[in-house]
Design a binder for this molecule. Structure first.
Ligand SMILES: [Ca+2]
Ligand SMILES: [Ca+2]
Ligand SMILES: [Ca+2]
Length: 136
């Protein structure tokens, strides 16, 4: 009787431990899609946070500091077609304002519930991943 009760207690605590570690793993993976982006720690990314990250990435990628990114500096983040669509003056490069306009467009595409924030679930969609490519 005592032994069987002990084994039940053991089983319950193993189950709890598994649930807890699952919860931690989940929290970790959702933190990863927000990693470095959610600067106010509300567990979502708003447009301001997205643009801040995009602007910092733009500066990092702009190796020659000309204030523009060409296809090579974009390092595969945009296809030729995506680049030309985001480049209204068709000079083959993106200024920071052209880059941030594309970020805003992708942000809105990734926010189907239109609440102005992207949670980790929205960031994992195809549209969310397309945005993330411009942010880090
Ligand atoms: Ca946030
Ligand atoms: Ca341009
Ligand atoms: Ca949203």
């Amino acid at each position: 009787m005592t032994i069987s009760r002990r084994s039940v207690v053991l089983r319950v605590s193993v189950a709890l431990a598994l649930l807890t570690s699952g919860g931690i793993a989940f929290a970790r993976s959702s933190r990863n899609s927000l990693y470095g982006l959610d600067t106010d720690n509300d567990r979502t990314v708003d447009l301001e946070e997205a643009k801040k990250a995009a602007s910092a990435l733009f500066d990092r990628l702009d190796g020659d500091h000309e204030g523009t990114l060409d296809r090579r500096e974009l390092r595969g983040r945009l296809s030729a077609k995506e680049l030309s669509e985001a480049d209204p003056d068709h000079d083959g490069t993106l200024t920071k304002s052209e880059y941030l306009a594309l970020v805003e467009k992708r942000f809105n595409a990734a926010d189907p519930d239109r609440d102005g924030t992207l949670d980790s679930r929205e960031l994992k969609t195809k549209a969310g991943r397309a945005l993330l490519r411009l942010l880090r």
